[in-house]
Design a protein around this ligand. Structure first.
Ligand code: IPE
Ligand code: IPE
Ligand code: MG
Length: 238
């Protein structure tokens, strides 16, 4: 072992899962779990600033989540607005830019307006980024990129021979955001559920049994430590 200090992850992506089961175990409605989950997001964002993680991307609502009961979807949208209202000051305090990945136009108009307002208000910050994945699907993102490539080819802006990995990467939702170094999923499920399919090609994965509403700084730091013990080889050798 060398004594070289291992760099922490620059970009952490989290599948914030387990709110419903956590609430159910407490005989409370699912929304109670989502509310406590929003508190975890606050705590983890703060922990990112403290532990040198520049970019935090969180899976907040998938393209498939539209299929949940209307009450739950409405409740989640309400919570999102509350989060934006309450936490805008945290973003300013930490000079963190808010961004959205996903089909923003699918969201209710009032939620979109609030998101656009906070995104514009924090646009200039360069210390950190909080990326909310909303109405996000990895396949939708790739389909949207494919459509843009087809449009560029049809318009004569792009030659078919020029369609390579970079051409795809440039047409993803946030092309300037580097791929996640670390991907965490809480609550014991071991699957991607359509999150960042392209971007996690070489990410390190951690699946923790801790449900999202209980995932706080200590659990996060344990993940950062686990990451620092990993050896990323990218197909090469050690
Ligand atoms: C994650 O918690 C939050 C969202 C998907 C919006 P869940 O609501 O999926 O909670 P479980 O997985 O049913 O426990
Ligand atoms: C993934 O969790 C989506 C979010 C965390 C927003 P789900 O709970 O929707 O995924 P499945 O249904 O367990 O695959
Ligand atoms: Mg779930």
């Amino acid at each position: 072992m060398s004594d070289e200090k291992v760099a922490g992850p620059r970009h952490v992506a989290i599948i914030m899962d387990g709110n419903g089961r956590w609430a159910k175990a407490r005989h409370r409605p699912r929304l109670f779990g989502h509310r406590e989950g929003a508190e975890s997001l606050r705590v983890i964002l703060e922990a990112c600033r403290k532990h040198g993680v520049e970019i935090l991307t969180v899976y907040a609502f998938s393209t498939e989540n539209w299929g949940r009961p209307k009450d739950e979807v409405d409740g989640l949208m309400r919570l999102l607005k509350e989060f934006l209202k309450k936490d805008e000051k945290e973003l300013h305090k930490h000079e963190t830019r808010l961004r959205v990945t996903g089909r923003l136009g699918d969201l209710p108009a009032d939620v979109q307006a609030e998101l656009r307002r906070v995104m514009a208000a924090t646009e200039k910050y360069t210390k950190g980024q909080l990326v909310l994945a909303l109405s996000y699907g990895g396949r939708a993102e790739l389909a949207d990129a494919a459509r843009r490539i087809a449009e560029d080819v049809a318009a004569g802006r792009l030659a078919p021979e020029a369609v390579d990995e970079q051409a795809i990467a440039e047409r993803l939702y946030l092309p300037d955001v580097p791929d996640p170094d670390l991907m965490i999923r809480t609550s014991g499920e071991v699957r991607l559920s359509n999150f960042l399919l392209w971007e996690v090609s070489y990410s390190e994965f951690i699946f923790t049994p801790v449900p999202w509403p209980e995932f706080r700084e200590e659990a996060f730091v344990a993940c950062l430590e686990e990451y620092s013990r990993r050896s990323r080889r990218y197909g090469g050798h050690e």
